[in-house]
Write a protein that binds this ligand. Structure first.
Ligand code: C2E
Ligand code: MG
Ligand code: MG
Ligand code: MG
Length: 288
């Protein structure tokens, strides 16, 4: 908070401040409209098992086709939704729709849902999850909640008890963007995560030499010995895929193994995989 306030004070003297506030205020109004008008959509990106080549799940990613500005990136509107509290209602919507969609998939296919720290603070998360599972009929072990290290920064005891409640329900908990935070490793001691998603930054140059590989190798080795699955984020090439497979990483997620796609396309891909019985070549799936 203090850091944020400091930044605002600094920005206060910048000439563009007026228009920046105005743009933000407009975004807030538009976000409310978007909820009311059901403008949000979910896209789904394959989680690709590196050992058997199967798609074993999808991450649900929020999309907002803005009526006037076109697609607005979640990186842009999620922070505003968090500051205004709108993320609670949006988060409820995401959980409900992601579970509903996953209930149409072949059984055992999982859906991963991103959850904001704000949803932990408002204490509605567990009830939202129970409601989404109940309404969709999705089995709890097919839902994976992705949290970032920011979730564990404040109010840790309350947060840990919510995570434990979710895990007791049978829901899986994944640590997202691992390695980007201040003390990533310490979080692995605080909670028994089901999965760790290694941030894209560590995957980028992985095929360019042993030293680039070192962090991924260490994290994968540690997680494996702790019984935690690993997902490599941002896999964009075959070289990266092969290196990650050799390191014993559990899953790959990235443009190379499949871009985020509309629900219908994800469903078709799963049906294709079912029919073929074996690995499906999802590589190069058209961008959506
Ligand atoms: P994330 O959870 O780490 O999601 C992965 C992001 O990486 C997605 O960006 C995805 O499109 C992108 N990505 C996947 N593969 C590649 C690749 O090979 N290369 C590159 N360069 N990027 C790749 P997206 O969809 O723009 O989402 C950005 C962030 O917004 C997400 O990061 C997540 O933190 C947040 N977000 C998205 N949907 C939701 C949501 O429903 N709720 C909340 N609270 N946050 C969300
Ligand atoms: Mg995520
Ligand atoms: Mg991530
Ligand atoms: Mg990320």
């Amino acid at each position: 908070r203090a850091k944020q306030d400091g930044r605002n004070i600094h920005r206060f003297f910048e000439p563009s401040m007026d228009s920046a506030i105005k743009a933000r205020r407009e975004l807030e109004i538009d976000l409310r409209q978007a909820l009311a008008n059901d403008e949000f959509r979910l896209h789904f990106q394959p989680l690709f098992n590196l050992q058997d080549g199967q798609i074993e799940g999808f991450e649900a990613l929020l999309r907002w086709p803005h009526p006037r500005h076109g697609n607005v990136s979640p990186a842009e509107f999620i922070p505003v939704a968090e500051e205004t509290g709108l993320i609670s209602a949006i988060g409820t919507w995401v959980l409900r729709h992601a579970c509903q969609e996953a209930a149409r998939w072949p059984k055992d296919t999982r859906v991963a849902v991103n959850v904001s720290p704000v949803q932990f603070r408002t204490r509605t998360l567990v009830l939202d999850v129970i409601a989404a599972l109940g309404a969709s009929g999705l089995s709890p072990n097919r839902l994976e909640i992705e949290i970032t290290e920011g979730v564990l920064l404040h109010d840790t005891d309350a947060t840990l008890s919510i995570l434990a409640d979710l895990q007791r329900l049978g829901v899986r908990i994944a640590m997202d963007d691992f390695g980007t935070g201040y003390s990533s490793l310490s979080y692995l001691r605080k909670f028994r995560f089901d999965k760790v998603k290694i941030d894209r930054a560590f995957i980028q140059d992985i095929h360019k030499g042993q030293d680039k590989l070192a962090v991924v190798r260490a994290v994968t080795g540690l997680c494996t010995s702790l019984g935690i699955a690993t997902t490599a984020e941002g896999v964009e090439s075959e070289e990266q895929l092969l290196a990650l497979k050799a390191e014993g990483c559990t899953q790959a997620q990235g443009f190379y193994t499949g871009r985020p796609m509309p629900a219908e396309q994800a469903l078709a891909l799963l049906h294709q995989q079912e029919v073929m019985g074996m690995s499906v070549q999802s590589f190069g799936a058209p961008s959506a």
